[in-house]
Design a protein around this ligand. Structure first.
Ligand code: GDP
Ligand code: MN
Length: 376
């Protein structure tokens, strides 16, 4: 789950990180009032779940509360990479002497957290990684021992020559590590981590992605979810008890079981096409789930064929077939449907599908090829 900068900053503050004061607003008048209360020049910053807001004109300086009020009229409602700005953060503007980057992710291959630091901050870190990788220091952390002070200092020294500043930054890196571990993050970064002309170190941007599998431990963070920023079909699927991830292709996939869903996507790709989604209807075969799944998939206008891949175990093929018949009657899908049924009550399932003239195959390869052919 992604959260906004202002929410990530709240978390960082709790862990002692130096973050400039600020408050979030949804109207121009609120922005004016907050800026007035801060009583110093402010930054007005679009709160959307995409990066590069600065370049897109979503981060602006205002020397006065009046100016902040004016600027917020431009930023609120702005479209940044397809996200409409509904909230802005009004935060004290600070003077910048240098901009650096610190971040942390989990390296799945190494099975360890990895800390990253770069003196090339304030710019797209992926670009730094691609063009000048030697400007990023990566340090793997033993998950049992945790990040050690000397390691944090090593990272900080890679950014700063000045030992006093490096010591302050190493504290911030330790705090970033603790915040990341505590909230079950999958990514946490500060870009830029800045120094002021008088040698203070401040986190002026903040990003945290939370591992969805850890969310049940953090109801306070779950409450930060901003439905405006999430794909509406993914929210609908979540509410319907389906695991769904929208993708870019044109083969809509409805599958029982996450592993089979992955295998189905691989097979679609193997035969040269792209899946429109990952969708696991789960182990039970409640027809309602099939109807919901088909409804969600049909909202995607890229979908040119729907592929059911059902391996009957606990899931019974006849239940799924009943779901397919009900879904077709209710939704009258404008795209072809192909079905693979195999396993428990396969024959009964086939009979049921005859009612809507669907012939189910038992071969995964055949059904995938058929879907691709019909979608072309
Ligand atoms: P992003 O573009 O979405 O990453 O948003 P950031 O919060 O990182 O802001 C983009 C850039 O705006 C930063 O790299 C800074 O150069 C500049 N900026 C942001 N806040 C301040 C501030 O308080 N003072 C100054 N002088 N510049 C700022
Ligand atoms: Mn940034």
């Amino acid at each position: 789950m992604k959260i906004h900068e202002y929410q990530a900053k709240e978390i960082f503050r709790k862990f002692g990180m130096p973050v400039p004061e600020g408050e979030v607003a949804t109207t121009d008048n609120e922005v004016g009032r907050i800026a007035d209360r801060i009583g110093k020049p402010v930054m007005v910053k679009a709160q959307v779940h995409v990066g590069g807001r600065g370049k897109a004109g979503g981060v602006k300086y205002a020397e006065s509360a009046h100016r902040a009020w004016e600027i917020s009229k431009e930023i609120l409602g702005m479209d940044i990479k397809g996200c409409i700005v509904k909230k802005v953060l009004v935060t004290e503007a600070v003077e910048i002497a240098s901009e650096a980057y610190i971040g942390m992710i989990i390296d799945r291959a190494a099975k360890k957290p990895v800390m990253m630091a770069s003196p090339a901050g304030g710019v797209d870190i992926e670009e730094v990684a691609a063009t000048t990788p030697e400007r990023i220091m990566k340090l793997y952390v033993d998950p049992l021992l945790g990040l050690q002070n000397y390691q944090a200092l090593k990272l900080a020294r890679f950014i700063y020559d000045d030992i006093k500043i490096a010591r302050k930054a190493s504290q911030v890196i330790m705090q970033l590590y603790r915040a990341f571990m505590y909230v079950d993050a999958s990514l946490a970064e500060v870009n830029p981590l800045i120094t002021t002309p008088d040698g203070e170190v401040l986190a002026i941007d903040a990003k945290i992605n939370i591992d969805d599998n850890g969310l049940f431990r953090h109801p306070d963070i779950e409450a930060m979810r901003d439905l405006d920023e999430e794909d509406p079909s993914e929210t609908e699927a979540k509410n319907a008890g389906l695991s769904f991830v929208k993708l870019e292709g044109n083969i809509g996939c409805i599958v029982n079981g996450a592993g089979l869903a992955m295998a189905t996507m691989d097979t679609v790709k193997h035969f040269g096409a792209e899946p429109a989604n990952f969708l696991d209807i789960g182990g039970s075969s409640n027809p309602e789930k099939v109807i919901n799944a088909m409804r969600i998939i049909l909202k995607d206008s890229n979908v040119k064929a729907i592929l059911f891949n059902i391996f009957g175990g606990i899931t019974r093929c006849d239940d799924v077939a009943n779901g397919i018949v009900a879904a077709v009657k209710e939704l009258n899908p404008p795209v072809p449907i192909v079905v693979r049924l195999t396993g428990t009550n396969e024959e009964e399932g086939r009979k049921i599908l005859e009612e809507i003239n669907l012939v189910a195959t038992s071969s995964m390869e055949d059904v995938v090829k058929k879907a691709i052919e019909l979608a072309a």
